[in-house]
Design a protein around this ligand. Structure first.
Ligand code: AMP
Ligand code: GLY
Length: 427
């Protein structure tokens, strides 16, 4: 089989690495890919939003399966374009990817189908949003404002006071700080608890969850600093207990897939359930319509199944035949970023030591922002590499991952030193 993966970050490197293990695959392409992906796949210089060029390439090369890794092309309808051209694709169509593309949509869906989530109101008008905020009581704060559309994970403001919240409404809805995502606003109850990411395969009817993971979104140790795309992850999450899993099996996972089908929006692909474990029980924080980044970097290396077999079962509606299995171990991913991320950082520094990962079982160096130049592989983004290591348990995986972070060097290398530290609380 010939497979094309669309995207070029650490998540897509993890997907390509998984695809490369499949017995069924002879050749892998990636559009646009990156320097690390280029070592196991053929990168093609086509952007993820160039739908017509992607479709033309897939036709020309007789690609058997195209896997769309990123949110923007999914929400924009790349899978619809590919299917219309007769190309087999993995990922939700546009009318289902809205589950991630519109927070207002997902909130209405959850309310209609009784899926547990934070209380909320949706607004199209800034004045109405402000009036709503003004009638809240002091104990209703902090309150959460969310721009409706995709905003690189940054469209969420947690406001401590009425003043802050009003400024937030202006920034999102009037100044359009997050672009047209700010045409609608969700105002949501603030929830307290631990976050868990549960990714799942979905075939329109059946949902099979993968092993759990937890992300560290803030830039600095101790969960301080700005929100980022993710500074590290670990899997499994020890906080995702059997009790939590049973609750979500009963009220969240299947309920979401059935709700989408009930709305005439059959979902095939990956649903990423962002959960918050509150004192009142698990609540859905958000949905994504794709693998998490960097959740994929700890979940996929632990998956025992042939990823192509699972994806084909999703497309063909026979996921119920698949016995999804994960290794009984743990993995930790530490992101090596450029100092200054997520605000301002320099690029173009040579990365040394990548060869240290060669032949090391259980260690992975997933590339995110890297580029191949005449000088060698250089830094080319805020998040540069994701160093993943497995271990018998989380503690061992964490020690291994931090050891491996020392194998690679580049100027302005920055990382958090407490990825997976939360696990100490329970061990
Ligand atoms: P989202 O893009 O919806 O996942 O939001 C990004 C981050 O904001 C989440 O991972 C949470 O850390 C935080 N967040 C979002 N919604 C809430 C909420 N209702 N209560 C508390 N924190 C939230
Ligand atoms: N790591 C969070 C996300 O992929 O949205």
């Amino acid at each position: 089989m010939k497979v094309l993966v669309v995207g070029g970050g650490g998540r897509e490197h993890a997907i390509v690495a998984s695809v490369a293990k499949s017995q069924k695959v002879e050749k892998i392409y990636c559009a646009p890919g990156n320097a690390g992906i280029g070592q196991i796949a053929q990168c093609v210089p086509i952007g993820a939003m160039e739908f017509d060029r992607i479709a033309a390439f897939a036709k020309e090369e007789a690609i058997d399966l195209t896997i769309v890794g990123m949110d923007d092309p999914l929400v924009g309808g790349l899978v619809d374009v590919l299917e219309a051209a007769g190309i087999r694709a993995f990922g939700p169509k546009k009318n289902a990817a809205i589950l991630e593309g519109s927070k207002a949509f997902s909130k209405v869906l959850m309310k209609k189908y009784g899926i547990p989530t934070a209380a909320y109101e949706n607004f199209d008008d800034a004045k109405e949003a402000v009036s709503y905020l003004e009638q809240l009581k002091e104990e209703d704060f902090p309150i959460v404002l969310k721009a409706d559309g995709l905003a690189l994970g940054k469209g969420v403001l947690i406001c401590q006071t009425l003043e802050e919240a009003k400024e937030g409404v202006t920034a999102i809805m009037l100044d359009k700080q997050f672009g047209c995502a700010g045409n609608r606003l969700v105002i949501e109850e603030f929830m307290v608890g631990r976050e868990v990411s549960v990714l799942s395969f979905v075939d329109g009817k059946t949902v099979k969850t993968m092993t759990s993971a937890q992300d560290h979104k803030r830039a600095m140790d101790g969960d301080q600093g700005l929100n980022t795309g993710g500074m590290g992850t670990f899997s499994p999450s020890p906080f995702y207990t059997k009790e939590v899993e049973d609750f979500c099996n009963r009220y969240v996972y299947q309920a979401t897939v059935d709700a989408m089908a009930g709305e005439g929006r059959e979902f095939k692909g990956i649903i990423f359930f962002g959960l918050m474990l509150t004192q009142k029980g698990p609540r859905v924080l958000e949905y994504n319509a794709r693998f998490g980044d960097p959740e994929a970097q700890v979940v996929l290396p632990r998956m025992k199944n042939d990823i192509i077999e699972v994806m084909e079962a999703c497309i063909d509606g026979r996921l119920d035949e698949i016995d999804l299995q994960f290794e009984d171990n743990a993995a930790v991913c530490v992101v090596l970023a450029s100092d200054g991320y997520p605000v301002k950082y320099e690029k173009g520094y040579v990365i040394r030591g990548l060869e240290n990962f060669e032949g090391k079982e259980g260690y992975y160096c997933f590339h995110a922002g890297t580029k191949l130049t005449d000088e060698g592989i250089v830094t080319d983004g805020g998040r540069v590499l994701g160093v993943t290591a497995k271990g018998g348990d989380l503690k061992e995986a964490r020690e291994n991952a931090y050891k491996a972070t020392e194998w690679v060097l580049f100027d302005n290398k920055y990382m958090r030193h407490d990825i997976g530290k939360a696990i100490d609380e329970i061990s």
